[in-house]
Design a binder for this molecule. Structure first.
Ligand code: FES
Length: 144
């Protein structure tokens, strides 16, 4: 027999499981994320979707559903935009974006804001993508 308590526990668990991925993602990153489209050569981000980059050192994630990795897009104070792969060069975990670095949760590698390794075990810098902007959008070139 299904008691009221059992019913609420079951429904509560189902709701929790359904909502968990969205909550985990937003809690895990806390970053503005653009889910644009990769057209085979580039990802174009309208400025209207990139408010997080308006401030110096502003940062956002770019996750195109048809592109296999997330890209960290950041406006470096006095140096313009930089687009870096979030794939750690050690063993491929996704790095976390911190205000002053990128950090790998798997084995502790750390990268400077320009992608250079500042702490191993990684030895290679993060992959860097060419990025340009015009009056309408920011364009990340992901294929040569
Ligand atoms: S996968 Fe990043 S430090 Fe090992």
């Amino acid at each position: 027999m299904l008691t009221r308590r059992k019913f609420i526990q079951t429904i509560g668990g189902a709701v929790t499981l359904t909502a968990a991925p969205m909550l985990l993602e937003s809690c895990a990153t806390g970053l503005a994320t653009y889910r644009g489209k990769f057209d085979g050569k580039m990802i174009t981000i309208p400025h209207s979707e990139a408010a997080a980059l308006a401030a110096p050192n502003g940062v956002m994630l770019v996750r195109a559903p048809n592109f296999p990795i997330a890209i960290a897009l950041r406006r470096l104070e006095g140096k313009g935009l930089i687009a870096l792969s979030t794939v750690c060069t050690h063993k491929g975990c996704e790095v976390r974006l911190l205000p002053d670095a990128l950090e790998c949760p798997c084995h502790g590698s750390a990268y400077a804001l320009d992608g250079a390794v500042v702490e191993g075990p990684a030895t290679q810098p993060l992959q860097r993508f060419a990025v340009t902007e015009n009056s309408e959008a920011i364009i990340i070139q992901v294929k040569a």
